[in-house]
Design a protein around this ligand. Structure first.
Ligand code: MLT
Length: 288
């Protein structure tokens, strides 16, 4: 019998793939295999039984990779399994940053008791006018499974798309629309784009890559989208850039005490991969 521990809820369609040779209700201590979503494993004692960890998601920053390598524990993730869900949310975020639908909806809720709301609407709506994304330039930093889908979707929406990824795989490049302009110096993304979205892993080399130096190169009023990991953005520099208007909106999927109170930041509770479909895709890929 092979013991499998689920550190987080894993969709049933994934667990069903295990045959009778597997016990999917094992404790963590007895498990040879662990399935994990967001549980932080850095401070956990890894038992000698453990052979493999499968992360039902893309990022592996909740897993102690160095410790696993030393102990010969194999770590898998599920690249691409949640990419469509994240792509859809990035497109929604870009639209929310461009049209004040949230402000408009709040106005309607605040005026719900007004019997003349239909008339009042026509006066009030000018406060929520925005801009279209069609014809604007989007810079996609990181052309892995998610970045590539975002780039192609933005092309379909009539945007001019610049893509940067010095490590792009043949598969990702193959799937990329030929209309995406491939950029070899990330500074050209910073200088040219109205919207910039980051899709790179959280590494020492990417930590704080969106900071006062990179922001200084950007267009005034740029919109920055972060659906990758919070540490990619220097929060203090972002707060300054939002306060002085250099950045018009910062949309992030990663609440922390700094961004939740940052005027101009639109903060979502890490919902990028939270769809039924993506949870199932990740569970199936992780179990396999
Ligand atoms: C990922 O790393 O796959 C996404 O951030 C979603 C998640 O953490 O589950």
């Amino acid at each position: 019998m092979i013991n499998v521990n689920c550190l987080n809820n894993i969709a049933a369609c994934g667990l069903k793939l295990f045959s009778d040779e597997y016990n999917t209700e094992s404790s963590f201590e007895d498990a040879q295999a662990v399935l994990v979503r967001s549980a932080k494993m850095h401070d956990m004692e890894l038992s000698d039984n453990l052979l493999a960890i499968a992360r039902a998601g893309a990022g592996v920053n909740n897993i102690p990779l160095d410790k696993c390598a030393e102990e010969g524990i194999v770590v898998f993730n599920t690249p691409g399994a949640n990419a469509n869900a994240v792509k859809e949310q990035v497109i929604a975020a870009m639209l929310l940053a461009s049209r004040d639908l949230i402000g408009g909806n709040k106005w309607v809720a605040d005026n719900a008791e007004d019997p003349d709301i239909a008339k009042a609407t026509e006066k009030a709506k000018k406060a929520f006018a925005g801009q279209e994304i069609k014809g604007k330039k989007l810079g996609v930093i990181g052309l892995g499974a998610i970045g590539q889908l975002v780039a192609n979707a933005a092309i379909a929406l009539g945007m001019e798309v610049y893509g940067y990824d010095p490590y792009v795989s043949v598969k990702a490049a193959w799937n990329l629309s030929s209309e995406v302009k491939y950029i070899s110096d990330v500074k050209d993304i910073y200088k040219e784009c109205n919207y910039i979205t980051v899709h790179v892993p959280a590494l020492d080399s990417t930590k704080g890559m969106i900071n006062k130096e990179s922001i200084a190169l950007m267009k005034d009023g740029v919109v920055i989208l972060n659906f990758a990991r919070d540490i990619l953005v220097n929060d203090a520099d972002m707060a300054d850039a939002l306060a002085n208007g250099k950045v018009s909106r910062y949309v992030t999927d990663f609440p922390n005490p700094a961004v939740v109170n940052m005027p101009g930041a639109l903060v979502l509770p890490h919902l990028g991969a939270s769809t039924e479909e993506s949870e199932e895709n990740c569970a199936v890929m992780a179990a396999k």
